[in-house]
Write a protein that binds this ligand. Structure first.
Ligand code: SF4
Length: 265
């Protein structure tokens, strides 16, 4: 499932993007998705380089525009499995409008957002997912903007499958993605990844193993999180399946309209 052209990848040593990419491939293998019917669409950024390393039909699009490209592919070819790889900036800033409308329409896409909490490739600027008071090149004294909770945003916008995991919880991440493939509709999986270069160094979080420990110690399984008292939740985040719903999928709805219009002629 990986390209054999032996080109070196561009990710920094210790980056979590490769782990998240491998989890996607493991989920594809688990679900036995046809390689020739699975399309990987990505935006721009460190995460979005993944499409270039994967041996599928791939499309590396413009910044923030992966979801509209993927929507077009799915509308024209409803039989394809369309997977979107995006980053936190790509998905929730430049592509934020496409993200909420893709979810609202319930297009049958599996969107995996690699969340490294910052713009890595473009130079460490704060993204809408940079935690409050964390430093970035555009926030040298710490950001004063409250971050999005992308999972809440996806659910509120209409996504029918919403889950989160991390690059530390490799099997769990792969399982969350695989379950997203089963959902006929807009599936959103947030994959928290360590970024020792742009986010970690700026915020003195240590090297890659330190960031892995941070993910291990701060991620709490959803069921345990629900039982945690409010005062014990500070500095931690839940992982697991957050939301699932059954709602008419977009290409199916469109086909029904086409059938009705065709019959009316
Ligand atoms: Fe990975 Fe961060 Fe380097 Fe980008 S800047 S490749 S996210 S470690």
């Amino acid at each position: 499932y990986f390209r054999q052209n032996r080109l070196p990848h561009l990710w920094c040593p210790g980056c979590g993007n490769g782990t998240a990419m491998k989890s996607i491939v493991q989920a594809i293998e688990t679900k036995n998705l046809d390689q020739d019917k699975t399309i990987i669409v990505s935006g721009i950024g460190c995460s979005s380089r993944a499409s270039g390393y994967m041996n599928f039909d791939t499309l590396h699009t413009a910044h923030g525009r992966a979801i509209p490209f993927a929507t077009g592919i799915k509308l024209a070819n409803p039989e394809l499995n369309v997977v979107v790889i995006t980053g936190d900036g790509d998905c929730t800033a430049i592509g934020g409008n496409h993200f909420i409308h893709g979810a609202r329409r319930n297009v049958d896409l599996t969107v995996i957002m690699f969340n490294n909490h910052i713009y890595g490739m473009t130079g460490g600027q704060a993204s809408p997912m940079t935690p409050l008071h964390k430093k970035a090149t555009t926030a040298p004294y710490g950001t004063v903007d409250r971050p999005f909770d992308a999972c809440h945003l996806a659910e509120a916008a209409g996504a029918t499958y919403v889950a989160r995991s991390t690059a530390f919880h490799v099997k769990h991440l792969s399982d969350m993605i695989a379950a997203g493939f089963d959902n006929k509709g807009f599936s959103f999986i947030e994959a928290v990844v360590q970024c020792p270069t742009a986010f970690g160094r700026k915020n003195k979080m240590g090297d890659a193993p330190d960031m892995m420990k941070w993910m291990r110690d701060t991620a709490v399984m959803k069921a345990a999180w629900d039982k945690l008292p409010e005062d014990k939740r500070e500095g931690k985040f839940p992982i697991g399946l957050f939301y699932q719903a059954d709602f008419l999928e977009y290409t199916t709805a469109y086909q029904e309209v086409i059938d009705v219009a065709g019959g009316a002629k």
